[in-house]
Design a protein around this ligand. Sequence first.
Ligand code: ZN
Length: 480
Amino acid sequence: MTTNTTTTLIRNATAIMTGGDGRQGEATRLAGPDIRLRGDTIEAIGALTPRPGETTVDASDCVVYPAWVNTHHHLFQSLLKGDPGGLNASLTPWLAATPYRFRALFDERRFRLAARIGLIELARSGCASVADHNYLYYPDMPFDSSGILFEEADRLGLRFVLLRGGATRTRQLEAELPSALRPESFDHYLADIERLAARYHDDSARAMQRVAVAPTTVLYSISPQEMRESAALARRLGLRLHSHLSETVSYQDSARAMHGMSPVAFCGENDWLGPDVWYAHLVKLDADEIALLGETRTGLAHCPQSNGRLGSGICPVTELAAAGVPVSIGVDGAASNEAADMISEVHMTWLAQRARVGMVAQPAYRGGQFEGGAHAASVEEVIHWGTAGGANVLGLGEVGRIAPGYSADLAIYKLDDPRYFGLHDPAIGPVASGGRPSLKALFSAGQRIVTDDALPDVDLAEIAHEARAAVKAMLDQVQG
Ligand code: ZN
């Protein structure tokens, strides 16, 4: 453990990206070239003189980013990648084919292994804060999935926010499966949230453990009255609210058929909009929904790779941001995103927003005003969404920026792959070029938890072997 008096000097960085949004004069880049950490805090940035006995990290030819903040994941899906049964299916049939077909097969050992794989993948991409939307809960389950997630993240030195999923109703898509899990009672759901909040939730601006109230999908998992009661409990306990919303057109059709209104209006009717709420996806939205999300400052976890993989569409991130919606980025579960790391996700974010805007370009003879969408999202904006933007939706006010006084969460990338050679502006490499930049160091709350791509006490060959064995055993079970 670091102490308050221990300092580390990161020296000679080629570039430093701050994670800032560029508003009110906030710099998005700093010249550095040095950053001093004291204990778990960033102390100073500039041309700094090494002190006797100080630990130094040579960041020559490296670019330094705030560690990424992933705001939406389902870690248990890390053993469900590329299932042929769901590979070419859209959301609802994919849910039935893959996560809901397999999730009853997760015992404690498989669940822990899946969590470990997902967390290691994230850490090696430079992510130090993970919010996991866990929905593996059922009455009398023989292991504590929440506790395992906190343990595994703590073991690696990662900040962890449990988005406590769950359902009090069985969705139609699951009811027809032999492996259907029984839903929880609402009383049990609320009682477990109180238990988890008392045990893990820390209100502080750089908390390492937090809990949010996150029924799996507000439209289908719980009743409107339960939405209002869960929101009231969350607000009484000081917890944030999270769920899936408007991932595909079926949300629009269902909300209209069930409640006679749009999904976002439905959430507003049931106390589920506001600055303490963020939703994953928000792909399919009408203009009045974008305005309502913006007015209420309801947040977004943008998951473009999952939305692409499932053919759901592309979220109008730039319109949402312009309306005032706090934007963050999540990798979503690995059963619908076979690259659940933050570098792939931010690379996709950058490209997809530009492509989406370009898609609506029209020729001048049809009244078109512009040719393409390259103006849609800058690298700096994408970095902001993936770092300080993520901390913002999680309510972590001293996380996600490289600035004095912030939590010492930094990713130091060495751009030593040919993919990055020839860059005129190396600072943009990890986002614009994508790939997997070498991670020279990842600091999480001042602790160096990754060195030269390696995590201490993690044997990747052994984990790969266990993953293959677990996949084979689960396939034997579902086919047997
Ligand atoms: Zn999800």
